[in-house]
Design a binder for this molecule. Structure first.
Ligand code: PYC
Length: 403
C-alpha cells in the first residue's frame, strides 16, 4: 500500500513549522475535507496532524456505506447534503472515488418495524430524499437471492428502499481529499502524534506533538476513537463512550447483490463490492473498548444472521475481519461546533457508526464556520450544548443496525 501511496504523490512531506493559523487533529476524511474546504476559501496556513498514516483510523476501518435515509429532520438534511457532495466528488477532487449508488434496503420483520420505516420514509420525502416503503413484489425484483418465505425465524415483511444510497471506495476519498488539499497548500503531517494542548485565558494557544510544539489559535478535534482523549487535553469531558465495530469480507463472488441490505432485527448488514466480495457487519460490540481486534463470536453470529437473509451463500469463505473504534454519543448523533469557554477549540466528533458518510458535508460546514466565524444553521442542532439543554437528537432508529 505504501508504494501505491508514493506513486499517487498524494502530498509533499514537509518539516513541521512553529505556527499555523489552523491545526486539524485527525487525518481521516473529516480532517482532510475540512483542510481542503478551508484552503478553497483562501485560508492558507493549515496543518493536518495524523498520528499514523492518513486514513488509518475509522476512515479506513468502516464499511463505506453512503446514505441519507435518517430518522430526524436534522439528520436527513445533513446527510443529504453529504450524498449530494459525494455524487460530484470524483470531478471535484479529480480522483475516481467509485461511488456506486446501487440502492439501500432496510428490512422490517414486524408490523411495528414497518411503522418505524413509514415514519422515516415520510420524513425523508418531506425533505426531498428519495425513500419509500416497499413490499415483497418489489423486494424480490431488487434482490432475487433473498429468502422472502415465512420459513426464517424473522420473515421479511417490508423494506425502506432508498435508491440514492450505496457504497464508495473509502481510501480513494481520503487520498483524493489529501491530494486536493495539498495542491492548495495544506501541510499534511502523518506520524505526528498530539501529546498535549496549551490553553491560556480560556483559549487554545499551542499543540504539543511528538515532532515538537506548534502555536495556533484554532484547533479542530476531528478524530474518531481519540475524541475523548484530545478533548481532555483542554479539560473537556465529552459525553462519548467508545465501542469497537467489527466487519468481515468474504471471497469474491459473481455479482448477484445490487443494493445494500440492512436488518436491525437480525443485527446485520451486507453489500457486495465491485470486486465481488461481500462486506458484512453488525452492531457495535456491547462493551466499551479501544480494541481494534476481531473476534470469533462476531464472525459466527454475523455469518449465521446473514444466512437467514441469503441462504444460498452458505459455504462462502471469509477472507478477513477487522474492527474500528466508534465514539458513541447518548443520542447517536455527532457533536459539531465551537465549545463554550474554550475559544478556538472546534469539535467534529462523536460520529458513532456513521462518520464516513458525513465527511464531505462536515468538512464543508466546519470550514465555513472557521472561515466566517458563524455557525451554519445545518450544524447548529449538533452543538455540544444540546446535552446541557436537553435538546437531544434521537437518531438511534436510523443508525445502521442499532435498534
Ligand atoms: O450507518 O449505514 C450505516 C452503517 C453501516 C455500517 C455501519 N454504519
Amino acid at each position: 500500500m505504501f508504494s501505491t501511496l508514493r506513486k499517487l504523490k498524494l502530498f509533499t512531506p514537509r518539516p513541521l513549522k512553529k505556527s499555523y493559523d489552523v491545526v486539524i487533529i485527525g487525518g481521516g476524511v473529516h480532517g482532510l475535507a475540512t483542510a481542503y474546504e478551508l484552503a478553497k476559501r483562501g485560508v492558507r496556513n493549515i496543518a493536518v496532524l495524523e498520528r499514523f498514516y492518513i486514513g488509518a483510523g475509522s476512515s479506513g476501518r468502516n464499511t463505506a456505506i453512503i446514505r441519507s435515509n435518517y430518522r430526524t429532520s436534522e439528520g436527513v438534511a445533513f446527510y443529504d447534503e453529504s450524498v449530494k457532495i459525494y455524487e460530484k466528488l470524483s470531478v471535484e477532487l479529480d480522483m475516481n472515488v467509485m461511488f456506486s449508488q446501487r440502492g439501500h434496503l432496510t428490512f422490517a420483520h414486524t408490523d411495528q418495524a414497518i411503522t418505524g420505516l413509514r415514519v422515516r420514509a415520510e420524513t425523508n420525502q418531506i425533505l426531498g430524499v428519495n425513500s419509500r416503503v416497499i413490499f415483497h413484489d418489489e423486494i424480490a425484483k431488487l434482490v432475487p437471492a433473498l429468502d422472502l418465505s415465512d420459513l426464517p425465524r424473522y420473515p421479511i415483511l417490508a423494506a425502506l428502499y432508498h435508491p440514492p444510497g450505496g457504497v464508495i471506495r473509502h481510501d480513494a476519498v481520503v487520498w483524493g481529499y489529501a491530494r486536493a488539499a495539498n495542491r492548495l497548500g495544506v501541510e499534511i503531517h502523518p506520524y505526528t502524534n498530539v501529546t498535549g494542548i496549551s490553553v491560556s485565558n480560556g483559549a487554545v494557544k499551542a499543540v504539543q506533538t511528538t515532532r515538537g510544539e506548534v502555536q495556533t489559535g484554532i484547533i479542530t478535534n476531528q478524530t474518531a476513537g481519540w475524541a475523548s482523549t484530545i478533548a481532555a487535553m483542554v479539560g473537556l469531558k465529552l459525553p462519548i463512550v467508545s465501542h469497537p465495530l467489527q466487519a468481515l469480507v468474504t471471497e469474491p463472488l459473481k455479482p448477484f447483490l445490487d443494493p445494500v441490505l440492512v436488518s436491525a432485527t437480525l443485527n446485520c448488514y451486507v453489500s457486495q463490492t465491485d470486486r465481488g466480495e461481500l462486506v458484512i457487519g453488525a452492531e457495535i460490540d456491547p462493551y466499551a473498548s479501544y480494541s481494534n481486534r476481531s473476534t470469533l463470536p462476531f464472525m459466527e453470529q454475523s455469518a449465521s444472521h446473514i444466512l437467514e437473509l441469503l441462504p444460498s451463500i452458505g459455504g462462502v469463505k471469509v477472507l478477513r475481519q477487522w474492527a474500528g473504534v466508534c465514539d458513541m454519543t447518548p443520542d447517536y448523533s455527532p457533536i459539531m461546533g465551537t465549545v463554550p469557554y474554550m475559544k478556538g477549540f472546534v469539535l467534529d466528533v462523536g460520529w458513532g457508526t456513521y462518520g464516513f458518510k458525513a465527511g464531505p458535508v462536515s468538512g464543508k460546514r466546519i470550514a465555513e464556520m472557521i472561515a466566517t466565524g458563524r455557525t451554519p444553521d445545518i450544524i447548529k442542532p449538533f452543538s455540544i450544548e444540546r446535552f446541557a439543554k436537553g435538546n437531544l437528537l434521537g437518531e438511534k432508529a436510523a443508525a445502521a443496525v442499532s435498534h
